[in-house]
Design a protein around this ligand. Structure first.
Ligand code: WT7
Length: 636
């Protein structure tokens, strides 16, 4: 079997990029040939953006887990596939070789089958960052069940919304989650969610993570260890079509309801591995660590699939960056001699705030590549990452991509293309980013700004939003004809490097988490005393963006503190703590257009203290409200 193309020099990058754009079918066909297929595809790409109707490796049959696991056994059976570092420093590291991981996945897959899960069924995973989460993800894929991992910080209500949308037959959970010095109940949240009319759920499979007593419903709850006990370590991998669903991952958009982004088997596999190998320049025996949670796309593509497809050693960390202290990340890098380290700007900023020189206590000489993802990285954080962590010798890859893109799209290649603070820089092969103006005209040339679109299909792109294809079309493919619209604004510098500035829609990026303003507003409006609310993002020193809520309320006797506490509690209940507003003010009206649409643009400026650049407000329905809100904001 040939190997995936690994780019080794700038001239190769330019050459391969050109080939990939000139003849994408030839290029991606060559990459796909490096995998094991049960039946070869008939056509590489059959896509149109009007449907959209996206098909890669048409007619091909495969199972992604055979490519993640079985394919490596002959050469790498005894190499560590998965390395796990626990939250508690006195607990032991766990390791799974490729052989052991395959056996564990097969046992779990057999347990799922025993519990009635068949190809096409949806399984929700709501779990801590333990190896069993990776095992469960792969076990679903093994038998063709569609996994949908929900970040375990979401509330019961948010979980229930996702279970219902996916019509999931099973939820895999755990008793508790360990985060720093907290022990967070997990099963309780799932129990509450299931009670919210989640009638599709037949089984809750509970991984035991160390609690003593736990409420149990014998009609649906089953222990993981009981169900897996005695199961065969062999399980035939179900044959999947290239375009059969692999997973659904829910993410926020401009409107209220989170949408289920759908990824399929063939194209996702090829792109996850191709991008992993090239962006991280992974070499035999390297230890690779991505600190993301598997509840986000980063964890799917760059903890599980990308690394395992590429035969790498991938590490999972259960805990938080500041426990037992702010040196934890660097202690782990030293302990496991980590070669590639991939994290988020918000984590970098939080650690900087704890002490600029803490990393100096650790030996970080194993590091070869430093990665960042999830939000724009500010120059100060980039410089600290470069100087203090990388000793100015380790290239930083600022990787831009999205849940919808499935894999990294724009990024420097370490040691190959140059790096510049805040710039995601250059597209990977096969990716053709363009900037357009608000009318959809191409913004050509360099030193320009525009809306970021992608001009051509790529293998791991979104196929649909689960159960609502029209929403997929209107969100991504209708605004600018023939292009995929990212929702981001970007600039291209003098040399053609791309800098992604941030969202241009009603999405706020809080600590790298995507939060829809409408979702937060809906939650705030559930508070009995709130009549109407509007939520915007504002610059926050650690989180990147914070959440600012403007609220119209009834007369109240409550103190400001009491009221704000209740609003935060409501948002935590409806969505989860990550969506809690940082700042709130009560106003008597909101700036609206004559058609009644809230002008968030103006509120964004006010929340950021940019009172002098509000633009023309005279056409508003109620122009005087703007001054009132400004006065109120200035007074706090
Ligand atoms: C949004 C996607 C991709 C995995 C994590 C987030 C922002 C992401 C960068 C970056 C500037 C970035 C964009 C994008 N974003 N990476 N390197 N520089 N902005 O996935 O939750 O789907 O969010 O995150 O605004 O649209 P996501």
């Amino acid at each position: 079997m040939s190997e995936i193309t690994q780019i080794n020099s700038l001239s190769e990058y330019k050459e391969i990029y050109k080939q990939s754009i000139d003849d994408p079918e030839l290029f991606w066909g060559k990459q796909a040939e490096t995998f094991s297929w049960k039946k070869k595809w008939e056509k590489v790409c059959n896509c149109d953006f009007d449907g959209p109707n996206i098909n890669w490796f048409v007619g091909g049959k495969l199972n992604i887990t055979e490519n993640c696991l079985d394919r490596h056994i002959a050469k790498k059976g005894d190499q560590t596939a998965l390395l796990w570092e626990p939250n508690d420093t006195n607990q032991a590291t766990r390791k799974f070789t490729y052989k052991e991981l395959l056996s564990a996945v097969n046992q779990c897959a057999n347990a799922l089958k025993k519990n009635g899960i068949v190809k096409g069924d949806r399984v929700i995973l709501y779990m801590p960052m333990v190896p069993e989460l990776t095992i469960a993800v792969l076990a679903c894929a093994r038998i063709g069940a569609v996994h949908s991992v929900v970040f375990a910080g979401f509330s019961a209500q948010a979980l229930a919304d996702r279970i219902k949308d996916a019509q999931a037959k099973m939820v895999i959970s755990a008793d508790v989650n360990r985060r720093g010095n907290k022990i967070i109940p997990v099963k309780e949240v799932v129990d509450d969610a299931i009670k919210m009319n989640c009638d599709s759920v037949e089984t809750q499979l509970v991984f035991r993570n160390g609690s003593d007593e736990i409420a149990w419903d014998y009609t649906i709850d089953k222990w993981w260890h009981h169900e897996l006990d005695g199961m065969s370590e062999e399980c035939e991998a179900t044959e999947m079509d290239s375009e059969d669903l692999l997973f659904i991952l829910y993410t926020s958009g401009s409107t209220g309801k989170p949408k289920g982004v759908v990824h399929t088997c063939g194209g996702y596999m090829v792109y996850a591995s191709f991008s992993f190998i090239n962006v991280f320049q992974y070499k035999e025996n390297d230890v690779y660590w991505c600190t993301a949670d598997i509840g986000w796309i980063t964890g799917h593509s760059y903890i599980i699939y990308g690394p395992l497809l590429s035969g790498a050693t991938t590490m999972m960390f259960e805990g938080v960056p500041t426990y037992p202290d702010a040196g934890r990340f660097w202690e782990i890098c030293e302990k496991h001699k980590v070669n590639q380290f991939y994290t988020a700007p918000t984590a970098i900023r939080a650690l900087m705030a704890k002490g600029l020189n803490i990393p100096d206590k650790y030996d970080l000489s194993s590091l070869k590549v430093l990665g960042t993802v999830g939000e724009p990285i500010n120059e100060e954080a980039w410089n600290w990452y470069n100087e203090v962590i990388g000793k100015s010798k380790v290239p930083i890859v600022d990787t831009w991509w999205q849940t919808e893109t499935g894999g990294i799209m724009i990024t420097p290649l370490p040691g190959i293309t140059d790096t510049k603070p805040c710039y995601a820089s250059y597209p990977l092969p096969g990716i053709e980013p363009v900037l357009v103006d608000s009318e959809g005209n191409l913004v050509k040339g360099n030193n320009v700004e525009g809306l970021l679109c992608i001009n051509k299909p790529w293998p791991s792109m979104i196929r649909t939003t689960y159960g609502d294809h029209a929403r997929c079309k209107s969100t991504y493919f209708s605004l600018y004809k023939g292009k995929y619209f990212t929702g981001d604004g970007a600039r291209r510098d003098e040399e053609g490097r791309i800098r992604v500035i941030g969202r241009v829609d009603d999405v706020i990026n809080v600590s790298g988490h995507r939060i829809g303003t409408a979702e937060v507003e809906n939650a705030i409006n559930e508070h009995p005393e709130v009549i109407e609310s509007a939520v915007v993002g504002f610059p926050h020193p650690i989180k990147g963006q914070g959440i600012y809520a403007f609220m119209i309320t009834d007369e109240t006797l409550k103190t400001k503190n009491e009221f704000e506490k209740e609003v935060r509690a409501k948002v935590t209940e409806m969505i989860g703590p990550i969506a809690k507003p940082d700042e709130m003010i009560i106003v008597s009206g909101l700036p609206k257009t004559r058609s009644g649409k809230i002008m968030r643009r103006i509120l964004r400026k006010i929340a950021s203290d940019e009172f002098d650049s509000l633009g023309d407000v005279s056409t508003l329905l109620n122009p005087t409200i703007v001054q009132e809100i400004i006065e109120k904001k200035k007074s706090i």
